[in-house]
Write a protein that binds this ligand. Structure first.
Ligand SMILES: [Zn+2]
Length: 176
């Protein structure tokens, strides 16, 4: 997995690009949490669930369908999540986690198409280094992971957020 902060950056960049009027700060924060949640599946290791199992690490929780189910579930209990924009944003936020994981060079791929297909998928190109788990993170390998995430996730996200902000500003100026 990329580190959790890196997963959170993706929905936050989309929220920043779209602007607070479309995606409120509360919704953006929920998106950040949604982007991190799929890795809670590592708790399954303690329960004897194997990595490659349907509900193992990078299994069902990393699918696009699961993201949609969670976004729908949150809408049932939280008013802020009850709009098409919120639903699409939250689904994207969680699905982006599995998508990013397919770009990593280690472990098993993500089961993006669960429940129709449990195949663990990798993207054709896997430039992101897989993050060492736990304290091993503070090592040369951890640093290499961070650098690859900066290059392949943080920078593009920053560019995307700035571009969105620029477009919104240009439209506002034009309208004024
Ligand atoms: Zn993951």
């Amino acid at each position: 997995m990329p580190t959790i902060f890196t997963h959170a950056v993706v929905p936050l960049a989309v929220a920043a690009a779209a602007g607070g009027a479309r995606i409120s700060p509360k919704l953006a924060a929920a998106g950040a949490v949604f982007a991190i949640l799929p890795d809670a599946d590592v708790a399954g290791f303690a329960l004897g669930i194997e990595y490659a199992d349907e509900w193992g690490h990078r299994g069902a929780t990393h699918s696009i369908a699961f993201a949609g189910i969670c976004a729908g579930g949150l809408a049932l209990v939280w008013r802020e999540a009850r709009s098409l924009t919120a639903f699409l944003f939250l689904t994207f936020a969680m699905a982006s986690h599995g998508l990013l994981d397919t770009l990593t060079s280690g472990g098993l791929g993500a089961a993006l198409w669960w429940p129709w297909d449990n195949t663990r998928i990798f993207a054709p190109y896997t430039p992101i280094r897989v993050s060492p788990i736990g304290l091993n993170f503070f090592s040369a390998r951890g640093l290499a992971t961070l650098m690859s995430e900066l290059k392949w996730v943080w920078l593009p996200c920053l560019a995307f957020a700035l571009a969105g902000w620029g477009v919104r500003r240009a439209i506002r100026t034009h309208a004024a």
